[in-house]
Design a protein around this ligand. Structure first.
Ligand code: HEM
Length: 286
């Protein structure tokens, strides 16, 4: 199977022009395949995970009834990003499956909205939120190793409950960040090849070879998002994750959910107001 479509440049050079669009189906099937396998695993095979007692030394009365998880700014960013991402996916891929319309203008407009929302998110996360709460830490690595050992039937200490974000969410964020920055970085340059009100079109900015690889990277990140978004929506509607999804709409989780899923020593909140995922930090909720 050819993963890239090639063409011959006016100078007789073989240059890539974009990815093979059959990769769209590979990504869609991978996304749907993952969720089918995961749903079967959870229903029939997964054993309940035991955790080491994290809440034992915590004064539960100081934990508010509603624990703030996402500030308004973070929820607003998520909504704008989700809408622009869906618009980008539909405008990019509907024409590839036979629904023809003038997609390019809608596509780059959605791209600009995504770019601005991501810039806002980077500034917000760096200066207002707890920047480190979304990156895997030492405890995540230790617990991941222990979880694998226990799943293989070996002896290992029980893992701790998660901090503010489970390791899976942190890894997902990392992959989405890499794919998102690739799509945005290439997309902004690709705007030079189409007519926009911002600058004069200049398809000669780069060589055919450079443009070709740029389109390939943009396409790879784009089809990658088909699987990533499918999996994200699947987890958002799983019954045991609905409390997280609701917190992305209403901002908070209940005290019960907080104590059941999070280690109060790793995500410190208090009656005086929520703190971040790290005990030493006193920043606002992400
Ligand atoms: C993150 C989600 C995105 C997806 C799924 C996506 C998908 C795609 C796809 C599949 C193409 C066709 C590429 C080809 O023909 O080889 C494309 C083209 C394009 N995209 Fe995106 N893209 C995304 C983000 C962006 C962003 C953020 C921007 C701008 C800031 C952007 C601007 C463009 C432009 C200008 C084109 C070129 C159209 C042309 O040359 O005809 N895209 N996109």
């Amino acid at each position: 199977m050819n993963l890239i479509e090639w063409a011959t440049s006016p100078w007789g050079q073989q240059v890539p022009i974009h990815i093979a669009w059959s990769l769209l189906w590979v990504s869609a099937i991978a996304g749907v395949g993952f969720l089918i396998v995961h749903a079967i695993y959870v229903k029939f095979m997964a054993k309940p995970v035991a955790h080491s007692a994290g809440a034992s030394s915590v004064d539960i009365s100081r934990i508010p009834e509603k624990v703030q998880r996402h500030s308004f700014g973070a929820r607003f960013f998520h909504a704008i990003m989700a809408l622009s991402m869906l618009a980008l996916l539909f405008t990019a891929f509907l024409p590839k499956v036979g629904v023809q319309f003038a997609w390019v203008e809608w596509h780059w407009i959605a791209g600009i909205v995504l770019t601005i929302s991501v810039l806002y998110h980077i500034i917000h996360a760096s200066f207002v939120l707890d920047f480190w709460s979304i990156w895997p830490d030492q405890q995540d690595r230790i617990d991941a190793r222990n979880r694998i050992k226990l799943a293989l039937g070996q002896s290992a200490p029980e893992p701790k409950k998660f901090a503010k974000y489970p390791l899976e969410n942190k890894l997902y964020h990392l992959i989405v960040m890499l794919a998102g920055l690739s799509a945005i970085g290439t997309g902004l340059f690709m705007m030079k090849r189409v007519r926009t009100p911002f600058f004069t079109r200049n398809p000669y900015l780069f060589s055919d070879m450079t443009w070709g690889w740029m389109y390939v990277l943009h396409g790879l990140a784009g089809v990658g998002f088909v699987a990533l978004v499918t999996v994200h929506i699947y987890f958002a509607i799983r019954p045991e994750k609905l409390f997280i999804t609701k917190s992305m709409i209403f901002g908070s989780i209940s005290r019960e959910n907080y104590l059941e899923h999070h280690d109060p020593q790793r995500w410190v909140v208090g009656a005086e107001g929520p703190a971040s995922g790290r005990p030493e930090s006193k920043k606002a909720p992400a």
